[in-house]
Write a protein that binds this ligand. Structure first.
Ligand code: 5GP
Ligand code: ZN
Length: 112
């Protein structure tokens, strides 16, 4: 979608440190990491938010992709967090669906 920064990353038009790419899903490092491991998992086709994701199979694949990345990056055993900020109250700032994969330090609860 024109103007969407994550669409541009998916298209290779904006640089990012891409970690993994497969079957319409990709992961890259967050520009402003909030934990030692902070990756973003996105569908390469534009979807604005979780509210717009009508395909449960895609959602399952995104979650499995994040889970596999946690294993591959060595944070699975100690633990990690997967977050999907949705719309303004959820803290979403980039309106292309993404899962945050955070790990490498203990997380606190409740989130801010
Ligand atoms: P949100 O607040 O929408 O849940 O998360 C958006 C995330 O995207 C933020 O953590 C922010 O640091 C990250 N981000 C924003 N712009 C870019 C960019 O151009 N490249 C990368 N790699 N991450 C970005
Ligand atoms: Zn997009």
């Amino acid at each position: 979608m024109g103007g969407c920064i994550f669409c541009k990353i998916a298209a290779g038009e904006v640089p990012a440190t891409v970690v993994k790419r497969a079957d319409g899903i990709m992961a890259f490092k967050d520009l402003n990491p909030q934990a030692p491991t902070h990756l973003l998992v996105i569908p390469t086709d534009h979807l604005a938010s979780l509210n717009d994701a009508k395909d449960p199979q895609l959602l399952g694949r995104l979650l499995a992709f994040a889970r596999d990345l946690a294993r591959d990056t060595g944070i699975a055993e100690r633990g990690y967090r997967v977050v999907v900020n949705t719309n303004p109250d959820g803290g979403q700032t980039v309106f292309h669906l993404h899962l945050h994969l955070l790990g490498g330090r203990p997380m606190t609860w409740p989130p801010g």
